[in-house]
Ligand binder design. Structure first.
Ligand code: URA
Length: 209
């Protein structure tokens, strides 16, 4: 599917399978989300542009690559998107963070915004939006709308699991935003949950159910 990257790396698939298990503890679930966050971060940053700088090794001067341009911004959609953040920051410690507070109205499944805080120059940076579950696509699409209102032009979306419905909505609403996911599952149920999925990612991360 154009603009959709399914990360088939065995480590990612193995960890995702462990996360789906309903008997996985809160601690285990959160740890696995952290680890997959790092692996997905590696994939989503694979083609970042580099530039050469001079560095002096103990044996002499040499021109070697570093990542070019402004520091990137991670933008977790609260609350489940936070599950990826620490792992991603371990790989890219100087990244900025934009928090996007959205919840799904349980009846209408429409995204309702309650918080938005981003770096003032976020429009000059690559923004990597994170949410483990791309279900209806309503929250993801609303988050991208909000970032674009702030002038962001270079945005990528990272999730753990996607429903075909969510992928279709996000690609239709925001064709310029590519998606990285560990898997695309079968369908959404009547309550907007991904099937077979892994349940409510936020509840499983924080032990709130
Ligand atoms: N959000 C979740 O946490 N899980 C789903 O299956 C769908 C949306």
């Amino acid at each position: 599917m154009e603009g959709v990257h399914v990360v088939s790396h065995p480590l990612v698939q193995h960890k995702l399978t462990l996360m789906r298990d309903k008997s996985r503890s809160t601690k285990g679930f959160r740890q696995l989300l952290h680890e997959i966050g790092m692996l997905l971060c590696y994939e989503v940053t694979r083609d970042l542009p580099t530039e050469k700088i001079e560095v002096e090794t103990p044996l002499g001067k040499t021109m070697q690559p570093i990542i070019a341009g402004k520091k990137l911004t991670f933008a977790p959609i609260l609350r489940a998107g936070m599950g990826f953040l620490d792992g991603m920051l371990e790989l890219v410690p100087s990244a900025r963070v934009a928090h996007i507070g959205l919840y799904r109205d349980p009846k209408t499944l429409v995204a309702v915004e309650y918080y938005f805080k981003a770096p003032s120059d976020v429009h000059e940076r690559l923004v990597i939006v994170t949410d483990p579950m791309l279900a209806t696509g309503n929250s993801a699409s609303a988050a991208l709308d909000r970032l674009k209102e702030r002038g962001c032009k270079d945005i990528r979306f990272v999730c753990l699991l996607a429903a075909p419905e969510g992928v279709a909505k996000l690609r239709a609403d925001h064709p310029d935003v590519e998606i990285w996911t560990a898997a695309i599952d079968d369908h959404l149920n009547d309550h907007g949950y991904i099937v077979p999925g892994l349940g409510d990612a936020g509840d499983r991360m924080y032990g709130t159910k």
